[in-house]
Write a protein that binds this ligand. Structure first.
Ligand SMILES: [Zn+2]
Length: 685
């Protein structure tokens, strides 16, 4: 089990690499005088591109398709961004790169943790003096094509590609990290929401990673606090106490420590009912906002002790300030010029970009999906913010593109994925959350972001010699998610999982704190359990801590029996089949990380996805129910056959379907770099 301790820092002790913004000087070989550009849009759906390009709404895409080819790009098992972008980078299947899902489980304790990285906490002498810097390690195996190419002298620029945090050293190149670069709390984006009309019952952590606080005004002033990073000193003391024999004194101290687990910043808000404006005093800075206005980035410093401070930045949005006051504070992003840990390679790149371009958001999951999901901001605010996220990424990519000194250029924008997750309900009248009035206002949200992508692509092409080949790539497509499926509850009903009590309700925050998982499960009566998006793991003897399924014949029989039963699952309302395919582990993965793969990957039909509670191991009542959330479309846990991504090549291609693993060998072949033998993909040209 990787330690759950989150990221923090020794700012003063961070060694600053001494390289400059321009690419490290290497003399390109003669064969590398060619250039190649790969632009990624997360989740760009081939059907929507085809439709809107033919309707004249995407003129740049249309021109590129005309000149070259639009093909479908097979995604990975499972059809999710971390897995697919890892296969994009390495050209191998997940069995060789180890990224199967957003989540991983500890095989001995069954505890669920975030995948992609391993976090090793820092250490403090006398619980005060920082003596070891915390560390984050990628769990991704395989070799990315920019590293293989770089070793052969190809100069590359790699910008905000998912699964590039922590940043890897790119020979002859530079890299600015994307997902899963966390916020200052070490999470995928914890927002804060302060309001006068919150009940005590609503206060605290929300299901999708927000912190809600109730405001009480006296004489026009309310005092509150913004929650910052978990205090590493408190964390270290907690883990020391947990190892000791529990007694009344340690229990009391633990309770006290848990109450003070986060570093807090004092916040003071001045507001008069009906004034439609407020002044927020945050960390000594006064921010005056009119109702409906966003602030500029506000720099924040979280003081852990005299030796240790963490820098961050956030934006404030005054949602309402008339009859009631509601204030949103964005997740605290790392400051590019003072990140808690390196976020680029060379390390100085992020800081140099900040000096040149000003603040830009650094959080890997840059869009405000969670506050919209929780109903704390509305569609308009979500879209306004999403465009700023898009523009921040676009600005960095265009700057590095114009800077020259590269042979291979790779940049990815993810806003296309987030807008589809959240706004699909407004283009699907069959969705239970379809709302005609809202659709009249925001029904074109997805189309507008595709058009913004088209405009961005035009800005990229303007900067390029027309002979430079361009590949536009997405990692997967999209499906409407109309009904949620409680896969663990179904496993219980079908006798594959045993329960000893009712299941507790899971929150995203459980992943980042001392969350409990599976406390309701009777492992002695459980042969299979589901978690993540569509993964089913067997409770395998010798692998799982309390395994009961024997490897060999029993494993094979369970594979056959459970797969067959899954295929008979039907929607009780309509009788429609729910499961389109079941993929046994050995049929789809090969490689050194095979042991970490799920034993079955379930691929649902259009309309059905595993429930959020299933993803975190919950077993709530009921099997199939309408998805009444704004997160209304997805790709994870859908059958990959109907979730293909997009490939647009400026060079004509022979076929109309390729695989995301084909991109890496295509790039290597183009630069005359030998393709490593472990690569599974094949060059497309
Ligand atoms: Zn997505």
């Amino acid at each position: 089990m990787s330690p759950r301790t989150l990221l923090f820092v020794l700012l003063g002790l961070v060694a600053v690499a001494g390289s400059s913004l321009s690419c490290r000087e290497t003399s390109p070989r003669a064969t590398h005088s060619q250039k190649l550009v790969v632009i990624g849009f997360d989740g760009l759906d081939p059907d929507l591109v085809r439709q809107w390009a033919s309707e004249g709404k995407l003129p740049t895409f249309a021109r590129l398709i005309d000149q070259g080819t639009l093909a479908e790009l097979d995604t990975t098992h499972s059809p999710e961004s971390p897995t697919a972008w890892a296969s994009f980078a390495t050209g191998v299947n997940a069995g060789k790169h180890n990224i199967y899902d957003f989540l991983v489980r500890d095989t001995s304790s069954y505890l669920i943790d975030l995948g992609m990285v391993e976090r090793i906490p820092g250490r403090f002498l006398f619980n005060y003096i920082p003596v070891r810097r915390p560390e984050v390690r990628s769990i991704r195996g395989g070799t990315s094509f920019w590293v293989t190419a770089g070793r052969a002298g190809v100069r590359s620029r790699v910008l905000t590609v998912p699964v590039t945090y922590p940043p890897e050293d790119v020979p002859a190149g530079e890299l600015l990290s994307g997902l899963p670069l966390p916020d200052i709390r070490g999470t995928m984006g914890t927002f804060s929401y302060f309001a006068t009309d919150l009940s005590r019952y609503e206060e605290g952590n929300t299901e999708f990673g927000g912190i809600l606080k109730r405001l009480v005004f006296e004489a026009g002033v309310a005092s509150t606090q913004l929650s910052g990073p978990p205090n590493p000193l408190v964390r270290q003391r907690i883990s020391t106490l947990r190892e000791a024999e529990p007694n009344d004194r340690t229990r009391a101290e633990l309770a006290e420590l848990h109450a003070n687990a986060d570093v807090l910043l004092p916040m003071r808000i001045e507001w008069r009912r009906g004034s439609k404006r407020a002044v927020i005093d945050l960390d000594g800075q006064r921010v005056a906002l009119e109702q409906g206005a966003w602030s500029a980035w506000v720099n924040l410093e979280f003081r852990i002790n005299a030796l240790l401070r963490l820098q961050g930045m956030a934006q404030l949005y005054l949602i309402g300030a008339d009859d009631e006051l509601q204030l949103y504070v964005s997740p605290v992003n790392w400051k590019p010029d003072a990140p808690p840990l390196p976020m680029s390679a060379p390390e100085r790149l992020s800081s140099d970009l900040y000096d040149k371009l000003g603040p830009f958001r650094t959080l890997g999951w840059a869009e405000a999906t969670w506050p919209l999901e929780e109903g704390r901001i509305d569609e308009q605010a979500f879209m306004d913010d999403l465009y700023r996220a898009f523009d921040d990424r676009a600005q960095v990519i265009l700057d590095r593109l114009s800077a020259g000194n590269w042979d291979l250029f790779v940049g990815v924008i993810e806003s296309t994925d987030r807008v589809q997750h959240m706004m699909w309900r407004l283009i699907d009248p069959q969705h239970p959350m379809y709302d005609a009035a809202l659709a009249a206002r925001h029904g074109d949200a997805i189309e507008r972001v595709y058009r913004r992508s088209d405009q961005f692509l035009a800005e990229v092409l303007e900067r390029l010699d027309p002979n430079i080949p361009v590949l536009v790539v997405s990692d997967h497509g999209f499906n409407s998610w109309r009904k949620a499926v409680n896969l663990n509850t179904w496993l219980v009903q079908e006798g594959f999982m045993g329960l000893k009590s009712e299941g507790g309700f899971k929150k995203l925050d459980d992943l980042f704190g001392a969350g409990q998982f599976w406390e309701q499960v009777d492992w002695t009566a459980t042969r299979a359990y589901a978690m993540g998006l569509g993964q089913i793991y067997f409770n395998l003897r010798g692998r799982e801590g309390k395994g009961i399924v024997s490897p060999g014949a029993e494993y094979q029989a369970l594979t056959r029996d459970l797969s067959a039963r899954l295929m008979t699952m039907t929607d009780p309302d309509t009788g429609a089949p729910i499961v389109r395919s079941v993929y046994p582990r050995d049929a789809v993965y090969q490689g050194p990380y095979l042991n970490n793969a799920s034993d079955l990957q379930v691929g649902f039909h259009e309309g059905y996805r595993v429930s959020w509670q299933t993803a975190l191991g919950g077993t709530p009542a009921g099997i199939v129910y309408p998805n009444m959330k704004k997160w209304s479309a997805d790709h994870g846990s859908f059958d990959r056959e109907v979730t293909t991504g997009t490939l647009i090549s400026s060079r004509r291609l022979d076929r109309t379907r390729y695989d995301i693993m084909d991109i890496a060998p295509t790039v290597l072949k183009y630069f005359n770099v030998p393709i490593p033998p472990e690569v599974d993909g094949k060059p497309i040209f």
